[in-house]
Design a protein around this ligand. Structure first.
Ligand SMILES: *Cc1c(COP(=O)(O)O)cnc(C)c1O
Length: 433
């Protein structure tokens, strides 16, 4: 700070009063600079966007008990790869494989058997890694058939044709953008075909004159020709989204029940856990993927296993509301409205605040139509533009991230933890009317 001040004096940028002012402010300036330099860069923000699984804001927030388990498992030694009973080397997979198996088995009790005893699950760094290692294991040196309507780009340079290239498998496109029939797959099968791939349209929809074979048709074709079927689900909900009024999201359990051989999905999307890529499917295929040398490069650490194990246990105990992102999906609109009105009452002042109808987005690779009715807190002011208000909210500590639409700032309390409402009030109070 002194160097900077000397520089400013030497270059004549500061006059005498300027020097005095700067000198007086020096202790605070040093304090601020030290706090900034020694503070964390990765820090909490308040997500008032209404996008529940917001990739830029870290996707699924973890439940407290998941964090407790992370702390417990990671602050000391653990049995990560050690079989305590035999005293011998164990496998890190066992900690979550048993729970996935249980979830798949439990689901089987209310329907057709999805071959629970032959299904197993492994975990890698994220779903992109899961797709890569699965394609490399099952498709390398051969052809993988995909519909032209499913050549998805997820964002951040994850594009199915590119991942396919890196996996060493040859992409065999079939059908057209809007219509692909089972006969298209049938005709494309040859002696080099290794896999039939279905990719979830995670961030777009094809509407109008469209056709896509059902999973059952793909599975039947795969069986007939002895070719495995893999589905990249992207999100992979372990609970029935129809309970919150969202229809179109397929889950890994449903897909396995349909007879799909291997499914890949994310840990931190609809599942509500830590970042991870999960591969569930027929035991012998999953075992082949597990023995790929890439697994060692893509595997996850004890922190992830701990957070994932805790999250899965909440599903097994049917304790869905203990998982923050699921709780946010299930919170009643009346409750959101009530909180918004309470915030308005507390802010006071002369900002224009009103409650309006709106939609929250599930996000995180669920279909673009996966929305939930909500009530939004709309903010506007005589003196500041919406952009300026949003900026002001972002400079609050913790930063409040909102949406700007039609010249208004919109806050959706669905994705705000109730204990953060008070911070929203304080943040709004900093905005000039
Ligand atoms: C999100 C998504 C991915 C990538 O998953 P990450 O966990 O972000 O790596 C891959 N495929 C589909 C269909 C997705 O929706």
């Amino acid at each position: 700070m002194l160097d900077r001040l000397r520089g400013d004096i030497a270059s004549g940028t500061l006059d005498e009063t300027g020097v005095d002012l700067t000198l007086n402010g020096l202790p605070e300036a040093i304090d601020r600079e030290l706090r900034r330099a020694l503070g964390y860069s990765l820090r909490p923000v308040i997500n008032a966007t209404g996008v529940i699984l917001h990739t830029n804001l870290g996707r699924a927030p973890l439940a407290d008990f998941a964090l407790d388990h992370v702390r417990e498992a990671a602050s000391t030694y653990s049995n990560l790869e050690f079989d305590v009973a035999s005293g011998e080397r164990g496998k890190r997979d066992v900690h979550v494989d048993r729970l996935f198996q249980k979830l798949i088995e439990t689901a089987a009790q209310d329907g057709i058997q999805p071959r629970p005893h032959t299904t197993s699950t492994i975990v890698v760094n994220n779903n992109a890694a899961a797709v890569l290692i699965a394609l490399n294991t099952l498709g390398e040196g051969g052809e993988v058939i995909v519909s032209r309507g499913e050549l998805v780009e997820i964002g951040g340079s994850f594009r199915i044709p590119d991942v396919m290239g890196k996996s060493g498998a040859v992409l065999r496109e079939v059908g057209t953008t809007n219509r692909t029939r089972i006969s298209d797959y049938e005709r494309a099968i040859n002696e080099r075909t290794r896999l039939l791939l279905r990719v979830h349209r995670s961030n777009f929809a094809i509407v109008g004159f469209t056709e896509q074979p059902s999973l059952a048709e793909l599975v039947a074709l795969g069986r007939e020709r002895g070719i495995p079927v893999m589905e990249d689900l992207g999100s992979g909900a372990l609970f029935d989204l129809r309970a919150v009024g969202v229809n179109s999201e397929p889950g890994p359990i449903e897909s396995l029940r349909e007879g799909v051989d291997v499914v890949t999905y994310s840990g931190d999307k609809l599942l509500g856990g830590p970042q991870a890529g999960i591969i569930s499917g027929r035991r012998e295929l999953v075992a082949r993927i597990r023995s790929n040398p890439l697994f060692r490069a893509l595997r996850v650490d004890k922190l992830t296993y701990a957070a994932l194990e805790a999250t899965l246990l909440a599903y097994i105990k049917q304790n869905h509301d203990s998982i923050p992102s699921l709780r946010m999906m299930r919170v009643p609109v009346e409750q959101i409205e009530c909180r918004a009105r309470a915030v308005i009452a507390q802010v006071g002042g002369s900002l224009t605040l009103e409650v309006i109808e709106g939609e929250s987005l599930i996000g995180g690779g669920s279909a673009p139509g996966a929305t939930l009715a909500t009530k939004l807190l709309a903010v506007s002011s005589e003196s500041s533009s919406a952009g300026l208000i949003a900026e002001r909210l972002r400079t609050f500590d913790p930063p409040v991230i909102a949406r700007v639409e039609d010249g208004r700032v919109l806050l959706d309390l669905r994705t705000v933890f109730p204990e953060q409402d008070e911070a929203i009030v304080r943040a709004l109070r900093t905005i000039p009317a």
